[in-house]
Design a binder for this molecule. Structure first.
Ligand code: RNT
Ligand code: ZN
Length: 427
């Protein structure tokens, strides 16, 4: 464990080094304090939710691993989240899915109401955090053939339209309670395993269904609708109705937030390059920061090139107010609280690295045509003492420094998680 005095000494030296390249560390830290990450609830229980049916995950979502200790109740999930938040510097949001409501008895998705989320709203207020939301268009008998809002059957479409409408009301109530907009993200799995005879008809139906859901204008200070595209999924390899082009056009024409998930494109395609393009035309972006390994595998976010590039783009483009940063990964092969801590700390560390860049200087060099210096400084930046500033930041906001947090997870595992029965059916 680092000695507190050493952390401060290292920080002072780091400040001098950053200052020598024109970076004001205190200013970077002030900006860092305003960054809120929307932590996804579904890492805690393998996207199971609390509908009480223990149904297998479907619609192309796959969680692998059988690490013991999955949260089985709202109380367990909250307790796990409280530990995770205590390991992450700063105040962050919680991203809930509709299937995480507290239902006393069966309530179908088209009938969910604010009351089913009152426990979450109260808990969030008590924790001082804000909520984001997602309708759940998967793991349901009416989604079992792979289609929901784009289904050929109008009755099934109606059911899912009503789910979307119900979710918007819940999101608006959350936003009203917390005093800032709850981002309500629509991802639908609809697609075909094999070659469609009509790529057109399902897209027309999806647009019409979404228009029906969004028919009522809700106050933008309470909730913002986001739409998430995808290239392909397991079981929808040949065609996904809600492709990038589909939702890009939809978001622009309907003034919606566009959601870009880092795992939803071709493996060599990166969302960092898309941010400044789509923000030319859509008001705001939601990111699902994730990590695909060969495919949309939702691995825990690591401190890799693309994560750093995403945060650099947000800072370089001065988009901190227009980009909502959410996480989307689920790994059941490691301790789930540790997964949250690792992924969220990495996202924040990458944000700090971006804020510690001499952005203006780099952009001036670029404008003056000095591309040699641009590359030289970008490369020097990679070995600047980010870790010293990160440790200082964690310490000043009362979060664990270095791998200290792992010890807390281990204690919790032996005192709490290991006592839970291993009900995960995914191996
Ligand atoms: C699926 C999408 C979607 C989900 C969550 C659970 O491919 O990424 O965002 O992961 O809604
Ligand atoms: Zn996603």
């Amino acid at each position: 464990m680092e000695k507190p005095g050493n952390i401060e000494r290292a920080y002072e030296l780091a400040c001098e080094q950053y200052e020598s390249v024109g970076v004001d560390v205190e200013h970077a830290i002030d900006r860092m304090r305003t960054v809120e990450i929307s932590v996804h609830c579904w890492q805690g229980d393998d996207v199971s939710g609390f509908e009480g049916d223990d149904g297998a995950l479907g619609n192309g979502l796959a969680v692998t691993g059988n690490y013991p200790g999955r949260a089985r109740t709202p109380g367990e999930l909250r307790s796990d989240l409280e530990l995770a938040y205590s390991l992450i510097p700063g105040k962050h949001r919680l991203n809930l899915h509709a299937l995480y409501g507290e239902f006393n008895g069966p309530v179908d998705r088209d009938a969910i109401e604010v009351e089913h989320f009152q426990g979450w709203i109260d808990w969030a207020r008590q924790q001082g955090i804000s909520l984001d939301f997602n309708p759940s268009y998967f793991s349901h008998p009416k989604a079992s053939d792979g289609f929901t809002l784009a289904h050929a059957d109008p009755g099934i479409r109606r059911f899912w339209i009503d789910h979307g409408i119900a979710c918007r009301k819940i999101a608006a109530a959350m936003g009203q309670a917390q005093g800032n907009p709850c981002i309500n993200n629509f991802w639908v799995p609809d697609g075909f395993k094999d070659t469609p005879a009509s790529r057109k008809a399902p897209r027309e139906r999806l647009a019409a269904s979404l228009d029906a859901i969004f028919a009522e204008d809700l106050p933008r200070d309470q909730t913002l609708d986001a739409v998430e595209c995808k290239l392909f999924g397991i079981g929808s390899e040949s065609y996904v109705v809600g492709s990038h082009e589909f939702y890009m056009g939809y978001a622009i024409s309907r003034n919606k937030v566009l959601c870009l998930d880092a795992g939803h494109f071709h493996p060599t395609e990166v969302i960092s390059d898309k941010i400044s393009s789509v923000l030319m035309y859509v008001p705001e972006l939601l990111l699902h920061v994730s990590r695909g390994v060969r495919w949309d595998s939702d691995h825990v976010v690591t401190f890799g090139d693309e994560l750093q590039a995403i945060m650099q783009e947000i800072v370089r483009g001065d988009y901190l107010q227009r980009v909502h940063i959410g996480l989307d990964f689920f790994d059941a092969s490691i301790n789930r609280v540790a997964a949250w801590a690792i992924g969220t700390r990495n996202a924040l560390k990458a944000m700090l690295a971006a804020l510690l860049e001499p952005t203006e200087k780099l952009q001036q060099l670029e404008d003056s045509g000095d591309l040699t210096a641009r590359l030289a400084i970008m490369e020097e930046q990679k070995t600047m003492p980010l870790g010293a500033v990160w440790n200082h930041y964690c310490q000043t906001v009362g979060a664990p420094v270095g791998a200290e947090w792992l010890e807390k997870v281990r204690q919790y595992e032996s005192n709490v998680l290991s006592l839970r029965s291993n009900s995960s059916e995914f191996v």
